[in-house]
Design a protein around this ligand. Structure first.
Ligand code: NAI
Ligand code: MG
Length: 399
């Protein structure tokens, strides 16, 4: 059988480090693939004035599946100053290549599983009855709409006359903001389309069925944000009734959900939300299972492009360490999501089991798991390096 081709996009800083480790684990677990490297990130901005070169876009178009590490973004003035002198003053403008990928390929579905590993010292604990310590095991998967909502970039300060006039046709705008000078107005629009909202909802329900979750929770605020959250809630009810009657549909408001986060996180399964509330919910739940060293994700487009990545960034302060200290698990978990997507569930199971065993045994821990602050000293103080953690996982896989 022909081997699948995976585009590897290491990017910057620790992105390169953790991606290399994930491929090592994939190899050890018996996953057979060809990897093709794609240029992306700061280096290509500085050298070519484009952090997302056209050749990389073409690679992803061709092969459709990518493992992505992380990139470094910097403010405009710093980006300009870092450009190769030959390119300076020629109108190059920096923009984040991961946001670029998202827009270019319309990666509108973002999936962020937050599952606690038994024995992870970073797991959330709460006070139980009679002052006992409870450690609820969280197993939540967040479906975040990835392209719309408040992040679509349709916004103005001092909106142009046509926009202002249109706003003034809304009675509530006129009543509450009608006497505000237009140059003192900032407006960011919250746009939901029926098509994209349907897609994220259906994806959430399908996932619940496929992976055995009994509920889907819509986490928005339809009682107040009636048009956009309201649309999502209405569509969710229709989809549940017509296509997924076996899955329970729950409605929570984002604010209340954040309050309940620490009360009963074990009660949630699949959570679905628009872009902003999905962003908030996924970071919040990730905090309960160990934070950035454990938070994996995947992004999908309607036409079959899939990008798998840890949610952490390039952590530049640790990038140049001779012995890397960062936790590779978020990246390895992202690779497991890729395996699930490709139908390689046996291999992903093997890898996740190995991670679970290493964590539960508790002998090999990266600095974050030891609650140390990051520095080159952590290794001397008993923390495992990035590659030592990977080695421990690989040796479990091979047992
Ligand atoms: P970051 O996620 O890179 O790092 C924040 C802190 O989290 C680190 O200093 C470290 O203490 C910890 N951390 C991150 N990954 C870890 C890991 N695997 N193991 C253990 N600890 C870990 O976020 P920051 O510092 O805000 O951004 C650094 C750069 O990364 C910026 O240029 C930013 O634009 C970029 N970034 C890129 C993202 C992406 O490529 N998707 C996402 C977030 C930030
Ligand atoms: Mg976020």
């Amino acid at each position: 059988m022909k081997k699948p081709v995976i585009v590897t996009l290491p990017g910057d800083g620790i992105g390169e480090v953790v991606l290399r480790e994930a491929v090592r684990v994939l190899d050890a677990a018996g996953f057979e693939a060809d990897y093709v490297h794609g240029d992306i990130g700061w280096e290509y901005w500085c050298r070519e004035g484009n952090p997302l070169p056209v050749r990389t876009i073409e690679l992803l178009k061709k092969h459709k599946i990518a493992l992505f590490g992380a990139i470094t973004s910097k403010p405009n003035d710093e980006a300009k100053a870092a450009l190769n002198p030959d390119l300076q003053g020629k109108g190059f403008v920096y923009s984040s290549p991961i946001v670029g990928l998202r827009q270019l390929f319309n990666l509108d579905i973002c999936v962020r599983p937050c599952k606690s590993y038994k024995g992870n010292p970073l797991n959330f604990v709460r006070r139980g009855k009679d002052n006992t310590i409870d450690e609820p095991l969280v197993d939540v998967v967040i479906f975040r709409q990835n392209t719309e909502c408040l992040y679509s970039g349709v916004e103005w300060t001092n909106p142009p006359a046509q926009v202002y006039q249109a706003l003034m046709t809304h009675p509530k705008f006129k009543e509450n903001f009608g006497d505000v000078p237009v140059d003192e107005l900032s407006v960011s629009t919250r746009i939901f389309t029926r098509k994209a909202t349907m897609r994220i909802l259906v994806a959430a329900f399908e996932y619940a069925v496929k992976f055995g979750y009994d509920s889907v929770t819509l986490c928005e605020k339809p009682n107040v944000i009636r048009e956009t959250s309201g649309l999502m809630w209405k569509l969710a009810k229709d989809i549940q009734k017509n296509s997924f009657p076996q899955i329970k549909l729950v409605n929570t408001n984002i604010d209340a959900q954040m309050m309940w986060l620490t009360k009963n996180p074990e009660d949630y399964g699949v959570i679905v939300a628009g872009n902003m509330f999905g962003d908030i919910a996924s970071d919040a739940f990730a905090g309960l299972i160990g934070g950035l060293g454990f938070a994996c994700s995947a992004q999908f487009s309607a036409d079959g492009i899939a990008v798998f990545e840890p949610t952490h960034g390039s952590a530049p302060k640790y990038a140049d360490y001779e012995v890397s200290i960062v936790n590779p698990i978020a990246m390895i978990e992202s690779a497991c999501m890729m395996l699930d997507y490709m139908g390689e569930k046996n291999i992903s199971l093997k890898i996740r089991k190995a991670i679970a065993e290493v964590i539960e045994e508790g002998k090999v821990k990266t600095y974050d798991m030891m609650k140390m602050s990051g520095s080159a000293e952590v290794i001397k103080n008993g923390a495992a390096s990035t590659s030592a953690m990977t080695d421990a996982i690989i040796s479990r896989i091979k047992q």
